[in-house]
Design a protein around this ligand. Structure first.
Ligand SMILES: Nc1nc2c(ncn2[C@@H]2O[C@H](COP(=O)(O)OP(=O)(O)OP(=O)(O)O)[C@@H](O)[C@H]2O)c(=O)[nH]1
Ligand SMILES: [Mg+2]
Length: 358
């Protein structure tokens, strides 16, 4: 599951990428510093795993990770190949969700494409490029499907109607994630259309807090998530020792929770995955992200193929019940642990122990 970074050049995409993946990709005040897609892994913070581990004195905690892809900036006319447009757009089509970085930081050393810091205007400009790129893809597909529909092929006729709906919405300026017909949205996602993907707007700001009202309203109207993050400041904090970082955070009145953690968590939630846990005792507690609707045997297969092949049953307890009981063993004694077969659909927050034989 991949999260792609999208935004104008110099918005701070690579700075954010470095912050959440711990990479050191080149960050520079000139446009199109990033010329190729770069991949990294971001650890997904999850207080539930600490609760499970703390309750049972489990030393090692393994968190979920998501792949984040830093992508060259989008310029106006990206669809016609402006900037690194064509390449960036085809990378973006392969992503499962988008993190749209908009610049709100003032920094006279960093040129802005229009010499004005305007987070709302920048978001609109990039979204227009995504919309135009989608419109072009829909047109291409329409041309092909029309031929099939003419010959009376019922599948082609259904698709034709869906494509026409997508075209109408795009012409009205609406992102395809808001299209009313779920089958048409599914087609849009299968085609990799960009405005169908879930989006988190990250306002890269000098003063953390709530995102600007106009950007918040804009995101809400587009069925998207939004938050503000002081990328530059958090990068500085990340380079300090924990003590120094705490001191500086207090000075800047940042509070205890790092914005970067909240941001990765929000981005992870865009992917609409289910997280289950293993950790019924030492040596480790671990978070496992899976597709929604996966059954227990398939989920076990994520841990190891032997567990799926030799699956007998899963012992399952919701993480809160385990923590309240004190341990997996105690939850079992008080009959809070359920036995589930292979058809059980794994639920968010389940702690599972798999019984298997190979
Ligand atoms: N003051 C301040 N400067 C920042 C912040 N984030 C990024 N910058 C600066 O802005 C410039 C551009 O940052 P990058 O991360 O390279 O931007 P980008 O979006 O990856 O740009 P391209 O790869 O060129 O498309 C760099 O000089 C950064 O140091 C921030 O939060 N505050
Ligand atoms: Mg970059």
């Amino acid at each position: 599951m991949d999260l792609g970074l999208v935004g104008r050049t110099n918005a701070g995409k690579t700075a954010l990428f470095n912050l959440i993946t711990g990479s050191s990709a080149e960050v520079a005040p000139y446009p199109f510093t990033t010329r190729e897609a770069v991949r990294g892994m971001a650890e997904v913070p999850d207080p539930r795993i600490d609760a499970i581990a703390d309750a049972q004195d489990i030393p090692r905690r393994v968190r979920a990770h998501v792949q984040v892809v830093d992508i060259p900036g989008l310029a106006a006319g990206a669809g016609q190949g402006e900037g690194l447009g064509g390449k960036a757009l085809s990378e973006l089509r392969q992503m499962d969700a988008l993190i749209h970085v908009v610049r709100a930081f003032a920094n006279s050393e960093v040129p802005h494409p229009e010499d004005a810091v305007d987070p709302h205007g920048d978001a609109e400009a990039v979204d227009l490029e995504l919309l135009l790129a989608d419109r072009e893809q829909v047109d291409r597909r329409l041309e092909k499907v029309r031929k099939g529909a003419k010959s009376g092929d019922p599948v082609a006729r259904t698709e034709l109607a869906q494509l026409e709906l997508l075209a109408t919405d795009l012409d009205a300026g609406a992102p395809l994630r808001m299209t009313g017909d779920p089958d048409a949205v599914k087609l849009a996602l299968d085609m990799g259309l960009l405005t169908a993907k879930p989006v988190l707007y990250v306002v890269n700001t000098d003063d953390p807090g709530a995102p600007p009202d106009n950007v918040a309203a804009y995101a809400a109207a587009r069925d998207a998530q939004v938050l503000a993050l002081a990328v530059g400041t958090e990068l500085e904090l990340a380079q300090l020792s924990p003590e120094e970082a705490a001191e500086l955070a207090e000075e800047l009145e940042l509070g205890d929770v790092r914005g970067a953690d909240a941001m990765v968590r929000a981005a992870y939630e865009l992917l609409d995955l289910v997280t289950f846990f293993t950790g019924s005792g030492p040596p480790e507690a671990r978070a496992w992200p899976i597709r929604r609707g996966l059954t227990a045997d398939k989920a076990a297969g994520k841990i190891h193929s032997d567990l799926e092949r030799g699956f007998i049953r899963a012992e399952v307890v919701p993480w809160q019940d385990l923590v309240a009981a004190g341990s997996f063993g105690k939850a079992r004694e008080s009959a809070q642990v359920r036995m589930e077969g292979k058809d059980y659909v794994v639920q968010e927050g389940d702690v599972m122990q798999i019984r298997f034989a190979v």
